[in-house]
Design a protein around this ligand. Structure first.
Ligand SMILES: *Cc1c(COP(=O)(O)O)cnc(C)c1O
Length: 488
């Protein structure tokens, strides 16, 4: 048989197959999304499990169109739609279309941003974006950084750099168990996860108390560091969170910077969520002091409307990244004077995710992104007011960013009844499919949570969600009235 290109592999001779495959996928998606009226179908785990298990992976359908239709039924019909305005649960955003155009290019070209010879201009584009981000943070020309898979990896890499700085000039074996990280209990769980991966002691993460609003208490931080020093600990890093996952609180960044500078401790700012403020026309000041950090985590897939994954770690002193460079003759030999991004990354093969942000900035510009982030924060304040004015609901605290913690609590329910009811109510809401909210525990109580990242979510949408919750709450507590009966 004559040699011929596989019809399923992307090449110059299969472009008709390629364009029809991509067109087919986007047409199918558009067709499904057009019919979407609510964030979720309401399907249960066993229902979906059965459908997925029924597929025989060893009997291919042979045709992209057929496979796509199967996937539409298995996946799209039961996906959770973050663009739906009543999806207000976690830190997921509707995505920018320029970034989706970039996705088409990234996956077909399939560049790997590890060595120069696998990425060329891709490497330079990524580097420009790191420089741009560093500029927004306020770092000087010595800054550097790398795109990562997410805030978890960015935090891990920052703490790895902090560990190497702290161990520099010390005996590694005896010093490692003495290293301490200072962070509040509101910090992201990837901080303690990282401590474990980095081989630190089980009690390496010291929980710093917060003030009444949930921000790191500076006096308590100083006491905690001094206590650890007195007991032979080595302060390795202080982690400030700029946008805690639940309350959206921003630790006092500038004051923490002063403490860290005085004591020579690595200062990391986890701005996975709050990084949207870097481009905010009205709220950039909330991050004042971030330019004094040693490292910063930014998640573009949280507040820059980027598809997963898009995240970066940025460091003020680029030379600190050199400590983690490892060289292999087959990939990035030490002598090579080429820009090999693998020298700075925990990953080797790595997607050219940076192109999505590039396309977004080149199409929309950063002001629009910042304005949209400002808009969802405005909305959070408005809905907080709405909840406070409603006797059936109780709000936990004034928002800082775009999360609002609240609970359904008409007067006739005790707090204990309410704590028991909320998780069940949330579950009932989820399987109803019409709205999705998050839930969390805080101060020993269970709270529902709105996380607003969709500028298309209106106050009317949020009023509808509150009414849905009220209806379910009344039903579950055995109180039905005319209004809820009509609504259900
Ligand atoms: C989301 C988040 C992370 C983790 O980021 P991923 O991209 O999910 O890995 C870390 N820190 C904070 C504050 C976050 O909100």
């Amino acid at each position: 048989m004559e040699r011929s290109d596989s019809p399923h592999l992307f090449s110059g001779s299969t472009l008709d197959v390629y364009t029809s495959g991509v067109w087919h996928a986007s047409a199918l998606l558009a067709d499904r999304v057009k019919a979407v009226r609510q964030p979720y179908s309401g399907a249960t785990v066993p229902e979906l499990q059965e459908q997925v298990d029924a597929v025989d992976l060893d009997r291919p359908l042979g045709d992209t169109g057929a496979a796509l239709h199967e996937v539409a039924r298995l996946y799209l019909d039961n996906a959770v739609w973050f663009h739906e305005p009543t999806y207000v649960a976690h830190l997921n955003c509707p995505v920018a279309i320029p970034a989706l155009s970039a996705e088409v290019l990234i996956s077909a070209v399939n560049s790997s941003v590890d060595t120069w010879d696998q990425s060329t201009a891709g490497t330079l584009i990524e580097r420009r974006l790191i420089d741009w981000t560093a500029g927004r943070i306020g770092f000087g020309p010595g800054a550097d950084g790398i795109f990562t898979s997410g805030g978890t990896q960015s935090n891990l890499q920052s703490l790895l750099l902090a560990r190497e700085e702290a161990l520099d000039g010390r005996d590694r074996a005896t010093s490692l168990p003495r290293l301490r990280i200072f962070a509040t209990t509101e910090s992201h769980f990837s901080v303690s996860k990282s401590a474990g991966i980095l081989g630190l002691a089980p009690d390496a993460v010291v929980g710093v108390p917060t003030d009444d609003s949930g921000r790191m208490n500076i006096a308590a931080l100083i006491v905690a560091i001094d206590d650890e020093l007195r007991e032979g600990g080595i302060p390795m890093a202080v982690v400030a969170t700029a946008g805690t996952t639940d309350l959206g609180r921003i630790d006092p960044v500038a004051e923490i910077a002063t403490v860290c500078e005085k004591r020579g401790v690595w200062f990391h700012v986890d701005a996975a969520y709050g990084c949207g403020l870097l481009v905010s026309p009205r709220r950039r000041h909330l991050l004042d002091g971030i330019e004094r950090a040693d490292s910063v985590t930014v998640d573009f897939h949280k507040s820059y409307f980027q598809p997963v994954s898009s995240s970066a770690v940025v460091v003020r002193r680029g030379e600190t990244m050199r400590r983690i460079a490892v060289h292999a003759d087959y990939l990035n030999p030490r002598a090579a004077a080429l820009p090999n991004q693998v020298d700075k990354s925990l990953q080797t093969t790595r997607r050219f995710d940076a192109l999505k942000l590039w396309m977004t900035l080149r199409t929309m510009g950063s002001d629009q992104i910042g304005e949209m982030f400002d808009a969802v924060i405005d909305r959070a304040h408005d809905v907080h007011g709405l909840i406070q004015a409603d006797p059936d609901f109780e709000a936990l605290a004034e928002p800082t960013l775009s999360t609002v913690l609240f609970r359904y609590r008409p007067e006739r329910l005790t707090v204990a009844e309410c704590d028991e009811l909320m998780p069940l109510l949330r579950q009932r809401l989820f399987y109803g499919g019409r709205a999705i909210v998050a839930g969390t525990r805080m101060g020993g109580h269970y709270w529902l949570k709105f996380t607003l990242l969709n500028p298309n979510t209106t106050m009317d949408n949020l009023r509808d969600v509150l009414d849905l919750i009220r209806g379910i709450g009344r039903e579950m507590t055995g109180e039905r009235d005319e209004a809820t009966a009509v609504m259900a």
